[in-house]
Design a binder for this molecule. Structure first.
Ligand code: BJW
Ligand code: ZN
Length: 268
């Protein structure tokens, strides 16, 4: 029997017609991809976040920044989607008018079966020229150690240094992607926010917009966040356990599309 908060959330999910699932680094934590701000394992524990995820950092020391992203890209390539990603894909399969909006630069939603998730902060797998913006071919990561410097490749058109295709602090989010995300949040009747600290803007506005326009909000996170203030139901715990529990409580456990049984079940 699901615990009361899960049942309350499942009731909202079972009756929702338009669902946005808004995710952050926490959903990939149980796949072994470190979050950003975790004090012990976070990606930035050995570096100053603002010092690495900025265009200025890349300009000043491209090999340091490129090496950090190559290290992350090789880690993500070895990771596999967890039961939380699979549960999100199951929600999409069950609710035709649903959309995944992620701040993550990994590809674990896609590999779990989500259809065209919106990536607000870009992708580790879409490098481009830092001068002329021409997309650069994806080259196999050199698997550098954490903190190893790797010189970025050069653009085939202008010889400028190739940069990761992510959104750094101080850069604008891709306008069409942000607009689509805000539009979906404005029209949904349920938004499920998963594994985000809710600290980084403008992404953090998305659940707030949904709540302001009358949507119900479910939050899945082991910790308190500023988004507690807009959540109708807070599910405190790891998403690889709570999202499959939510899906099972909403629609039953016998749907073969849902994670639960088998090797890719609610592990983690
Ligand atoms: C689990 C779990 C488990 C653990 N299960 N959960 C004041 C107001 C508004 C804006 C600003 C402001 N001051 C400064 C700004 C601007 C700035 C900003 O927001 N700064 C804040 C730090 C305050 N924003 C920007 O600069 C943005 N651009 C912008 O504003 O442009 C303006 C502009 C307009 C026009 C022209 C030019 C400019 C850009 C923001 C880009 C953010 N980019 C990054 C890096 C991407 C590349 C990379 O990956 O390296 O995106 S920063 C980083 O944070 C990354 C993430 O997507 C993002 C959000 O982090 P997330 O996902 O929430 O992760 P964590 O680690 O913070 O949290 C993990 C959570 O998981 C925790 O809550 C855990 O408890 C939980 N968790 N295990 C479920 N098992
Ligand atoms: Zn170029």
């Amino acid at each position: 029997m699901a615990e009361p908060h899960v049942r309350e959330a499942a009731e909202l999910l079972a009756h929702a017609r338009r669902v946005v699932v808004f995710t952050g680094a926490g959903i990939s934590a149980e796949s072994g991809v470190p979050t950003f701000r975790d004090a012990l394992t976070g990606l930035w524990r050995r570096f100053d976040a603002q010092a690495l995820a900025t265009p200025e950092a890349f300009r000043d020391d491209p090999a340091l920044v490129w090496g950090w992203y190559e290290w992350r890209r090789s880690r993500v390539s070895r990771a596999v989607p967890n039961a939380g990603h699979l549960a999100v894909a199951a929600i999409e399969a069950r609710v035709p008018d649903s959309l995944v909006v992620t701040q993550n630069v990994d590809d674990l939603h896609e590999r779990a079966g989500s259809v065209a998730p919106l990536h607000l902060h870009g992708s580790l797998f879409a490098p481009r020229c830092s001068v002329c913006a021409r997309p650069a071919p994806y080259e196999v990561a050199q698997e550098p150690g954490d903190g190893r410097r790797v010189s970025p490749p050069r653009c085939a058109r202008c010889a400028g240094p190739v940069r990761p295709g992510v959104v750094w602090f101080g850069e604008a989010l891709p306008a069409a992607v942000l607009e689509a995300a805000i539009g979906a949040a404005s029209g949904c009747d349920l938004l499920i926010t998963v594994g985000t600290s809710g600290l980084v803007y403008p992404a953090a506005e998305i659940p707030q917009v949904a709540a302001r326009l009358g949507a119900r909000v479910i939050q899945v996170n082991p910790e308190r966040t500023p988004l507690d203030a807009v959540a109708d139901v807070n599910l405190r715990g790891p998403s690889a356990q709570l999202l499959p529990a939510l899906v099972r409580a909403a629609w039953g456990g016998d749907d073969p599309a849902l994670p639960g049984a088998g090797p890719s079940g609610a592990g983690g």
